[in-house]
Design a binder for this molecule. Structure first.
Ligand code: SF4
Length: 400
């Protein structure tokens, strides 16, 4: 049976981080229950909602087309990812109800159920309830172990919260923990970044994501960078070259600590690669529920509207508030194969892609191989591990 991933978006945060302009809101907790009810309603009613919206289902190009009913009925849900926002803010009963809605609607054989959490939201009682509800993986938005950097970024937690939260999760029975770090936070230096990497390795999470700071132009830090000012430490943001150095330091430190680098931004202890996120890079189907959640059938992509209040009202009125819906052309599917596939360090099989799409691609990669940006072994192409910090150059070249 075809495997299906499910993503649930929880668009609420405690505060707004200075660099972020995601569609997440700081709202009264009284808004959580109606939102969760709408998500459960969307899960239960997704077949009718999708049909009414005109979203079709099919597996990838070259495979037999399936109706949406057949995918929803025949596919087995094996991964769930509850992300945000800060979904750990929700009452554990909300999370339990959401997972129950999924279990009672789909055929499930769950191997990975992830909850994104911020360290300051972790309590023993909550953690025990999460495990009882079926959550077996927690992804922490740590970003840094240095308080000066956390404060400047507007994060709610401090270094001590991390050391308090991890033992609580371990005691509750969570055997799969992921840490996110951000390279390039204001006030970060080579020394402070090394400290974060060392402290992370000592806590030995099973999985690590390292992202380069992306500053949204509409965020408070983004506006300060454009217009000037000193409130959000825009003047203390490391340069792009420094961020590239930090990324390379992470590659070295995490490799030395026994992590396998399997995707540009992701490392794992053997066997702990994120099964859910691999679906995104491998273009496998997933259904997203909640405001702003994205879905992919293999041939179509669509997303719900971002506004949480509008989403709740629409679902209560029996509508799916889809604001983006794209039927992929063979050309755009091919682009995705290259861009998403190359993010994985195992690379892509050009032979398979050429056969499936009826194109010749080898010539595109010859100059990149000559420049040392990609490696070729037979029909396999992968990004050169020692040049990953400049991998954007490869993507720019491929777009020409
Ligand atoms: S916790 Fe995440 S989603 Fe919320 S404001 Fe911070 S970066 Fe944005």
């Amino acid at each position: 049976m075809k495997k299906l991933g499910i993503y649930v978006q929880v668009p609420f945060c405690q505060t707004k981080c200075t660099y972020c302009n995601f569609h997440t809101g700081v709202v009264a907790s009284s808004r959580f229950a109606p939102y969760v009810e709408a998500v459960c309603r969307e899960v239960h009613g997704h077949r009718d909602l999708l049909r009414a919206t005109g979203v079709g289902w099919g597996f990838g190009f070259g495979e037999t087309a399936h109706t949406q009913e057949s995918l929803c009925n025949e596919a087995v849900v094996d991964t769930i990812y509850i992300g945000g926002g800060t979904p750990s803010l929700l009452d554990p009963a909300h999370l339990r109800d959401t997972l129950e809605a999924i279990r009672s609607t789909f055929v499930t054989e769950l191997v990975e159920v992830t909850l994104e959490a911020d360290p300051e939201t972790i309590e023993a009682e909550k953690a025990a309830a999460w495990v009882a509800a079926g959550i077996n993986r927690v992804s922490f938005g740590l970003q840094s172990f240095v308080d000066k950097e956390l404060i400047a970024a507007g994060r709610m937690h401090r270094r001590t919260d991390i050391y308090r939260a991890v033992p609580i999760l371990r005691a509750a029975g969570i055997r799969n923990i992921s840490f996110d770090l951000i390279a390039g936070l204001p006030h970060q230096t080579k020394e402070s970044w090394r400290q974060s990497l060392e402290e992370l390795a000592a806590l030995a999470p099973e999985h690590v994501s390292v992202y380069l700071l992306e500053i949204d132009e509409g965020s408070r830090l983004g506006k300060e960078l454009l217009l000037g000012g000193g409130k959000y430490s825009a003047g203390a943001v490391p340069s792009e070259d420094e961020m590239a150095d930090y990324y390379e330091m992470a590659q070295e430190a995490l490799g030395a600590a026994g992590y396998h680098h399997y995707e540009i931004s992701n490392w794992a202890k053997p066997g702990f690669e994120s099964k859910h996120n691999l679906k995104y890079w491998r273009r496998e189907p997933y259904l997203g529920f909640g405001a702003g959640a994205h879905s992919f059938s293999g041939t179509e992509r669509w997303a719900n509207a971002h506004d949480a209040a509008g989403y709740v009202a629409a679902v209560q009125n029996g509508r799916l508030p889809v604001e983006q819906h794209e039927k992929l052309t063979a050309e755009s599917a091919l682009e995705e194969e290259l861009f998403l596939g190359l993010r994985q360090l195992d690379g892509i099989d050009l032979g398979r892609i050429e056969q499936e799409y009826g194109v010749t691609l080898a010539g595109k990669f010859d100059p990149l191989a000559l420049a040392g940006l990609v490696k070729r072994e037979g029909s396999l192409v992968r990004l050169a591990p020692e040049r990953l910090s400049v991998s954007n150059e490869v993507f720019v070249e491929l777009m020409r």
